[in-house]
Design a protein around this ligand. Structure first.
Ligand code: DAH
Length: 345
C-alpha cells in the first residue's frame, strides 16, 4: 500500500473513533498519539524513505499527526462534556490530559503599524501622538486650511461642538502641529493613530480608520529626501522590487504636494481589478511642509524646510494581506483574526 493510502486509512480510522469512557480514550492515545503509536512508527520509518520523497511524505505524516491531535482534543472535550452533563463535575477525572489553551494573535493593523514603525526607527524617526478629539486649530487652521475654504470639505468631519469647533480628528496631520508646538527642529517623527470621517461605510471606506503621519524638519531637507524616504519605506515593507510614483496633488499644508502610489503589478486578473487597470495603487499623500505651516508654528521658514507624509494603515494592510473588505478589521470575527497568528514580517 502506498504511503498516501496508508495515511488516508489511518485518518478514516481516527475520524470514526468514539470515546465514551476513559479506557476508550486511552486506547486511542496508545494507538495514535503515543510514541509507539502507528503514527509514531511511520515517523520512525521516515529515514528509510528515498531522500527526494522525504519532504512530501513528511508533510503527509504531519497532516495525519495533526488530525490525530485534533481528534484527541475533541474526544477529551466530549468526555468532559458528558461528565458535566451527568452532573458529576466534582468527580472530574484529574488524570485526563489538559485541553491546551488557545493562543491569541496580534491584530493585522497592529502588525502593520509595528512593522512600519520598525522601518522608520531605523532611519532615525521617533514616535509621537496626539488626541483623537481635536480643536479646529490643530486639525485645520494651523495646517493652512483657510476658514470657510472648500479644502475643509475634502474631509467630512464629525463635529462634537460648534463655535469653537471641536471635532474628531480627520487625519493624523494634527499631530504635526502638536509636535511643532512642543519641539524645535531637527524633528523626525512618526505619529500613528486613529482618525474619523463622516463617510458611508463600504468595502473600501470606513468612518474610522488609521493613519501614520511622518514629519521631518531640518535645514536643507529637500524633495529628493522625501522621495528617497518613501522609496525606502515601500521597498522595506512591500519588497525590494517595489516601485513608487509621486503624482502631483493638493493639500493645504504641503507645497508641492503629491499622492504616493506603489506599483502593484498587472499580472493577474485581480491585479487589474484592485488597481483599476493601471497597475498603480495609492497609499497616501505627502509633500514639502508649506512655509505657512512652519510660520504658524513658530518655526523659521527661511532657515528650515521639511517634508511630511500620511499613509492609510488599512489600505496598506489590505494590500499586504490581500484583504478584500475594510469592515473585517472591526468585526472581531475570530476566523478572520486567527489567520494572522503566523504572520512574521
Ligand atoms: N492628511 C492627509 C489626508 O488625510 C494625508 C497627507 C497628505 C498627510 C500630505 C501629509 C501630507 O502629511 O504631507 O488626506
Amino acid at each position: 500500500m502506498g504511503m498516501e493510502e496508508k495515511v488516508n486509512a489511518i485518518i478514516e480510522e481516527i475520524k470514526a473513533w468514539k470515546a465514551d469512557t476513559n479506557e476508550e480514550l486511552e486506547a486511542y492515545r496508545l494507538k495514535f498519539i503515543s510514541r509507539k503509536s502507528i503514527i509514531g512508527e511511520l515517523f520512525a520509518s521516515l529515514k528509510d524513505v528515498a531522500p527526494e520523497d522525504r519532504r512530501q511524505v513528511g508533510q503527509l505524516l504531519n497532516t495525519v499527526k495533526d488530525t490525530a491531535q485534533q481528534h484527541f482534543q475533541l474526544l477529551i472535550q466530549g468526555l468532559e462534556q458528558k461528565r458535566d452533563n451527568e452532573g458529576m463535575q466534582h468527580l472530574k477525572d484529574l488524570t485526563l490530559p489538559p485541553v491546551p489553551g488557545q493562543n491569541g494573535s496580534l491584530h493585522p493593523l497592529t502588525l502593520t503599524v509595528s512593522r512600519i514603525i520598525e522601518i522608520f526607527e531605523r532611519i532615525g524617526f521617533d514616535l509621537s501622538d496626539g488626541p483623537e478629539i481635536e480643536d479646529d486649530w490643530h486639525n485645520f487652521s494651523a495646517l493652512n486650511f483657510p476658514e470657510n475654504h472648500p479644502a475643509r470639505e475634502m474631509q467630512d468631519t464629525f463635529f462634537i461642538e460648534k463655535d469653537p469647533d471641536i471635532a474628531l480628528r480627520t487625519h493624523t496631520s494634527s499631530v504635526q502641529v502638536r509636535v511643532m508646538e512642543n519641539r524645535k527642529p531637527p524633528i523626525r517623527t512618526l505619529s500613528p493613530g486613529r482618525v474619523y470621517r463622516n463617510e458611508a461605510i463600504s468595502a473600501r471606506a470606513h468612518c474610522m480608520f488609521h493613519q501614520i503621519e511622518g514629519l521631518y524638519i531640518d535645514e536643507n531637507v529637500s524633495f529628493a529626501d522625501l522621495k528617497q524616504t518613501m522609496l525606502y519605506f515601500a521597498q522595506e515593507f512591500f519588497g525590494k522590487k517595489t516601485k513608487i510614483r509621486l503624482r502631483p496633488s493638493f493639500f493645504p499644508f504641503t507645497e508641492p504636494s503629491a499622492e504616493l502610489d506603489i506599483y502593484w503589478g498587472l499580472e493577474s486578473e485581480s491585479d487589474y481589478r484592485i488597481t483599476k487597470g493601471t497597475g498603480w495603487l495609492e497609499i497616501g499623500g505627502c509633500g514639502m511642509v508649506d512655509p505657512n505651516v512652519l510660520s504658524a508654528n513658530n518655526i523659521d521658514p527661511e532657515r528650515y524646510t521639511g517634508f511630511a507624509f500620511g499613509v492609510g494603515v488599512e489600505r496598506i494592510a489590505m494590500l499586504k494581506f490581500q484583504i478584500r473588505d475594510i469592515r473585517y478589521f472591526t468585526e472581531n470575527d475570530i476566523r478572520f483574526l486567527q489567520q494572522f497568528k503566523t504572520v512574521n514580517f
